[in-house]
Design a protein. Structure first.
Ligand code: ADP
Ligand code: MG
Lengths: 261, 295
C-alpha cells in the first residue's frame, strides 16, 4: 500500500459499547471496535446479522441505542460528504430515465437546490470518476441498458466522485459472475492504491475479495468484531460464523481461499 | 362531422384564444412534470389523482363553489393521502386504487345530486378547452408560475430522490419532504389538466409526452424540452383540428399525443431491440467459500 495514512489519522470507524435496536429487537450489541483508516475491510456474517445496519449507523440513518459511534473522527451525521455509499440491491432499482453520467453527477451536485449549470470542473470530475472505474466507454448509456457489472462500476464511480474518505459498499459482488466480480475486486485494490481511502465491503463470499482485504469486521453471535484478515480466515472462526464446516486452503502460490465441506 | 370553411376565424374567437393560452400553460406544466412522474414511477398515482379530483369538481358544482377550487382541494388532499401510504410501489398502488374507487363513487353521488349541471359534469370527465374563462386563465397562470418556479428550485434533489432514494437519503437530501412537495405540484398540474382533457383522458397529457421524449433521449434537459414540445404540439394541433372539424378538442389533443407516442415507439423499437441487454448472472464453477444462506 503506497498511500499509507499517517498515525495522526483517526480510525475510519469506532464503536464503543454500541448496540442497535430495530423494530423493538436488538440487532446486535457490545459493539467495541476500531477500523483503522486506509484498511480494506470485509464485512461478513450470515443474512440478517446486521451488516447493512452497521452501514446505516455509520451513515447517520439510524441511531445507536447505546454507546458511542465515531466515523472519520466525528459522530455520524446524515449527509456526510466524506462517505461514499453503494446500497445493497442498488442497481436493480435504477430506471431507464438516467444515464450513467447523470447518476455519477448526482453524487457531486445532487443535493443542491436551485438552478445551476454544471461547471467544467464538475464535468471533469465526473469524467475522471467514470474513467477510474473503467466506465468511460458507456458513460452516455442509460443505466437500464448496462450489465450488472457495468452498473456496479457506475455506482462505485458515484460513490468516489466527491473524493470520499470512506467507501461503504453493500454486497457489490452479489449477482455478478466470477469475471465481473474479480474485476470489481481489482478495481477496489486500485482505488485503495490511488488514495488513502478506507473501503468497507459487505460480502457473502470472501474468496474473490481475499487478494485485497486487509481487515475484516465479522458479526458473530450477535456482536460485531474486528480483526486483521489473517486472524479471521481460520477454519474454526469461519465454521462458527457460518454454522457450517468451512476449510481454509493455501495454494502453492501462497493464495488463500476457503471452501465449504 | 364536417369541415368548417371558416376555421381560421374560429381560431380568432375569444374562446379559442382562451383555449390556446390555457392549453399552452397546461402543456408546459404537464410536460415538465411528466418527466418526474415517470422517473418516480408515479404514473398510476397521476391517473388516480385525476379521478380523485372528480368528486371535488362535482362537489363544487353541488355547493356552487368554483370547479377549480374543488378540484384543487381534492387533488392535493388525495395526493397527500396517497403519499402517506408505504414507500413500496406495490403497497402504494393498492392504497391508490382503493382511494380512487371511493373517490369515483363519491363523484357519481355528487353528480347525481347536482343533476341540473350535467353538462358541467361531462366537462370534468372529458375536459373542455373551449369552456375556459378569463378567470380560470389567471388561476392557470398562477399555478403554472408556482409549479415551474418550485421545480426550478427542487429539480436536482428531486431527480436524486426519484432515481436513487437510498443514496439521496444518506447524502442528506430530504427525500420524504420532496415527495410531499412533488405530490402537491402534481395535484396542481392535474387540477389544470383535468379542465383541458378531463379526468378520463388526462394520462395523455401528463405522462404520454414525457414517455415519448424519454424514448428518444435520456439527457435530462433534452427530455424536459422535448416533453414540453410534444405536449404543446398536441394542444395546438388538437385545437386547430377542432376548429376545422367540429368535434371535441379533447379528442384531437389526446389523438395527437398518442400519435406522437406511437410514432416514437415504432421509430425507436429497432434501435432498442438491437442492443443486447445482458444482465450478468453467471454460474460459478468454483467452490463457494461460504454458503449463500447460512443459518
Ligand atoms: N427497516 C427495518 N425495520 C425493522 N427491522 C429491520 C429493518 N431492516 C432490517 N431489520 C432487521 O434488522 C436485522 C439486521 O438486518 P440487516 O442489517 O439488513 O442484515 P444484513 O445486512 O446483515 O443481512 C434483521 O433481523 C432485520 O430483520
Ligand atoms: Mg444487508
Amino acid at each position: 500500500m503506497t498511500a499509507a495514512p499517517d498515525s495522526e489519522t483517526p480510525p475510519a470507524l469506532v464503536l464503543d459499547g454500541v448496540s442497535v435496536v430495530r423494530g423493538g429487537r436488538v440487532v446486535w450489541d457490545e459493539g467495541d471496535l476500531a477500523v483503522p483508516a486506509g484498511a480494506v475491510v470485509g464485512v461478513i456474517g450470515p443474512n440478517g446479522a446486521g451488516k447493512t445496519t452497521l452501514f446505516q449507523l455509520a451513515l447517520g440513518l439510524l441511531p445507536a441505542a447505546t454507546g458511542r459511534v465515531e466515523v472519520l473522527g466525528a459522530p455520524p451525521r446524515r449527509g456526510n460528504r466524506r462517505i461514499g455509499y453503494v446500497p445493497q440491491n442498488y442497481t436493480a432499482a435504477l430506471g431507464q430515465a438516467v444515464r450513467a453520467r447523470d447518476l455519477v453527477a448526482l453524487g457531486l451536485t445532487g443535493t443542491r437546490f436551485g438552478l445551476h449549470r454544471s461547471t467544467p470542473d464538475e464535468r471533469a470530475r465526473v469524467d475522471d470518476a467514470l474513467r477510474r472505474v473503467g466506465a468511460a466507454g458507456y458513460a452516455d448509456r442509460r443505466m437500464s441498458e448496462l450489465s450488472g457489472g457495468q452498473q456496479q462500476r457506475v455506482a462505485i464511480a458515484q460513490a468516489i466522485v466527491d473524493d470520499a474518505d470512506l467507501l461503504l459498499l453493500d454486497e457489490p459482488l452479489a449477482n455478478l459472475d466470477l469475471r465481473n466480480s474479480q474485476e470489481i475486486v481489482t478495481l477496489l485494490g486500485e482505488l485503495r492504491r490511488e488514495r488513502a481511502v478506507t473501503i468497507m465491503v459487505v460480502a457473502h463470499d470472501l474468496n474473490p475479495l481475499l487478494p485485497v482485504l486487509t481487515d475484516a469486521v465479522y458479526l458473530l453471535d450477535g456482536h460485531p468484531h474486528h480483526d486483521v484478515i489473517g486472524e479471521v480466515v481460520t477454519e474454526d472462526l469461519l465454521t462458527h460464523l457460518y454454522g457450517t464446516r468451512v476449510r481454509v486452503v493455501r495454494t502453492a502460490q501462497g493464495d488463500l481461499f476457503t471452501r465449504s465441506g | 362531422m364536417r369541415f368548417q370553411e371558416n376555421w381560421f376565424q374560429i381560431l380568432q374567437t375569444t374562446f379559442m384564444q382562451h383555449a390556446l393560452v390555457g392549453g399552452s400553460l397546461v402543456a408546459l406544466t404537464a410536460g415538465l412534470m411528466g418527466y418526474f412522474v415517470i422517473t418516480r414511477q408515479n404514473a398510476f398515482a397521476a391517473h388516480a389523482l385525476a379521478h380523485i379530483g372528480f368528486p371535488g369538481a362535482t362537489g363544487a358544482i353541488l355547493v356552487g363553489a368554483p370547479v377549480t377550487l374543488g378540484l384543487a382541494v381534492f387533488c392535493v388532499g388525495g395526493g397527500l393521502l396517497i403519499g402517506l401510504f408505504g414507500k413500496r410501489v406495490a403497497e402504494r398502488e393498492i392504497a391508490t386504487g382503493t382511494i380512487l374507487a371511493f373517490a369515483t363513487g363519491l363523484g357519481v353521488l355528487f353528480a347525481s345530486l347536482a343533476t341540473a349541471n350535467a353538462s358541467t359534469t361531462t366537462n370534468v370527465l372529458f375536459g373542455n378547452l373551449l369552456a375556459i374563462s378569463r378567470d380560470q386563465l389567471w388561476t392557470f397562470g398562477g399555478f403554472t408560475l408556482l409549479v415551474v418556479a418550485a421545480l426550478a428550485v427542487i429539480a436536482r434533489p428531486l431527480v436524486f430522490a426519484s432515481v436513487d432514494p437510498a443514496v439521496a437519503e444518506a447524502r442528506g437530501v430530504p427525500v420524504r419532504a420532496l415527495g410531499v412537495a412533488f405530490v402537491v405540484l402534481l395535484a396542481l398540474t392535474i387540477t389544470m389538466a383535468v379542465q383541458v382533457v378531463g379526468t378520463l383522458l388526462l394520462f395523455a397529457l401528463v405522462v404520454t409526452p414525457a414517455a415519448a421524449a424519454l424514448r428518444l433521449t435520456a439527457r435530462p434537459g433534452a427530455v424536459a424540452g422535448l416533453s414540453v414540445a410534444f405536449a404543446l404540439a398536441s394542444v395546438w394541433v388538437g385545437l386547430v383540428l377542432s376548429a376545422m372539424i367540429d368535434l371535441p378538442p379533447s379528442f384531437f389533443v389526446v389523438a395527437v399525443a398518442v400519435l406522437i407516442w406511437g410514432t416514437v415507439l415504432v421509430a425507436t423499437r429497432e434501435r432498442r431491440s438491437a442492443r443486447p441487454a445482458a444482465p450478468a448472472v453467471g454460474g460459478h464453477d468454483v467452490v463457494h467459500a461460504v454458503p449463500e444462506r447460512a443459518r
